[in-house]
Design a protein around this ligand. Structure first.
Ligand code: BES
Ligand code: MN
Ligand code: ZN
Length: 452
């Protein structure tokens, strides 16, 4: 971990200079310091850093600017900007700024030796070191899972990772594999995943006191999305190793919940499949009898996410938990609507939605609510089945996908996150690559609602 609690050796101090305190701070500097700052053109903009000298004129301590907006901007770039070593803060720091350091120290180095190690920061005594460690580890797990390519992270490996996580917190896990899905009635998960070499499966684990309120998390685990017979163009397929990003986000959220000991009865469901092409692939026009009993006419095999999710949602809804949250890299339309850096959230419950938006604010984890606009349901009408999987018109694609999912949750309070799960550019605390989106917002909400 790049956020550490103890260190005996030397360390370099860092001061955060808030924008509105810049002038006052600058005026108090000795001449030498002012010269150094001038030479480094330090203006105190967010994340900008500079060195200050000691009495002998040697580089001694670090200052970094912060404009009071993005908390991650203060320290998020420093782990790879500062020379390797141990640092400590000489000015007050917020929990989110510390998280920014922890998140910014991430690097996916499984297949390429890193050029350097991230620098380490001593966690101040008055900060919540346990919470920081838990959050950094959870987000690391999410990113690693998404960044792993599909040749490694196939459905069986995703199931192994989920079961390993479950077991490390004494949760009970079951995995239903291949034809077992058909015997149990999860025909839709089977149909989507049956053409792949690695069999489709449904991961199901439960943790916590059975008397506590039930919360169920469901994550889209499409380990690779070729589009199926409605094959994607190369440009669209290129990033589809991340199509299990919902599952990764759910595992990260589950880890947050379990590691913090949140008093809930947690259930995690992950349909893990590869949307592949073969002689036995499911086809446009096929009609699938879903677990819930609704028949679905396949309009497009590339709308596979909502298909694997619908069986898991129906299963979760059966036991009427207090809350269902799902995370899915469900639609390109959600990306068109809000871009790559905001999670779309849909909910059939206004108080859940309001709570999640409040959690989004406090955790600086951007979430935007979208409407489950009932009049658009007509776009899912089928002439030969209860519903189609994908709308007949190209409008409001994230909404019609969410309306499809809604058919399977019945009256259970539910929120659906349609996420990118990937940073397409580097930002402080948010390196390019796999990313958790909406997870910290959701955790904030769950803590406030169910926390002891
Ligand atoms: N996994 C994709 C959605 C996606 C694409 C998420 C790019 C994030 C970035 C999903 O399975 C898909 O292919 N959706 C189709 C649905 C369409 C066929 C109705 C889409 O969005 O184009
Ligand atoms: Mn698809
Ligand atoms: Zn997909």
């Amino acid at each position: 971990m790049s956020l550490i609690t103890d260190h005996d050796g030397p360390r370099t101090t860092i001061q955060i200079i808030p924008k509105d305190g810049f002038e006052t701070w600058h005026d108090t500097l000795p001449d030498a310091g002012r010269n150094w700052i001038g030479r480094q053109q330090f203006k105190g903009s967010s994340g900008q850093m500079a060195w200050l000298p000691d009495d002998t004129g040697a580089p001694d301590s670090v200052v970094v600017g912060w404009d009071g907006t993005d908390e991650f901007a203060a320290l998020g770039n420093l782990p790879f900007q500062l020379p390797e070593g141990v640092y400590e803060l000489a000015t007050p720091v917020t929990h989110l700024q510390l998280l920014g350091w922890g998140f910014g120290a991430y690097c996916f180095d499984r297949f390429k030796a890193p050029e350097r190690n991230p620098s380490e920061l001593l966690i101040p005594h008055d900060a919540d070191a346990d919470a920081l460690t838990i959050q950094v580890n959870a987000i690391r797990l999410v990113r690693d899972l998404i960044n792993l390519p599909a040749d490694e992270l196939n459905p069986s490996r995703l199931a192994e990772e989920a079961v390993q996580l479950a077991h490390s917190y004494d949760a009970e896990a079951t995995v239903t594999v291949g034809d077992g899905l058909l015997s149990a009635g999860y025909n839709t998960i089977h149909a989507v995943g049956r053409a792949a070499d690695d069999a489709p499966r449904l991961i199901d684990f439960r943790w916590g006191n059975p008397d506590h309120p039930k919360v169920s998390l469901i994550g889209k685990g499409v380990c690779f999305d070729s589009g199926g017979l409605d094959i994607k163009p190369a440009s669209g397929m290129r990033t589809m190793k991340k199509d299990m990003g919902g599952a990764a986000n759910v595992l990260g959220l589950a880890q947050l919940i379990m590691a913090s000991g949140l008093p809930v009865r947690l259930r995690v469901l992950i349909p893990a499949v590869e949307n592949a092409i073969s002689g036995n692939a499911y086809r446009p026009g096929d009609i699938i009898q879903t677990y819930k009993g609704l028949s679905v006419e396949v309009d497009n095999t590339d709308a596979e996410g909502r298909l694997v999710m619908c069986d898991a949602l129906a299963l979760a809804a059966e036991e009427e938990p207090e809350l269902i949250l799902d995370f899915s890299t469900l639609t390109g339309a959600a990306r068109s609507a809000v871009g790559a850096e905001i999670a779309c959230m849909f909910s059939n419950d206004d108080s859940v939605a309001a709570g999640l938006l409040a959690g989004s604010e406090t955790s600086e984890d951007p979430v935007w609510r979208m409407p489950l606009h009932a009049p658009y349901r007509y776009m899912l009408d089928s002439k030969v089945a209860d519903t189609v999987n994908s709308a007949s018109l190209p409008y409001g694609g994230a909404i019609t996908a969410a309306l499809f999912l809604e058919k399977f949750v019945a009256e259970v309070p539910w929120a659906h996150f349609d996420i990118m799960a990937f940073n397409i550019r580097q930002r402080p605390g948010r390196p390019e690559g796999g990313e958790a989106m909406g997870v910290r917002a959701a955790f904030e909400y769950l803590k406030g609602r169910f926390g002891g």
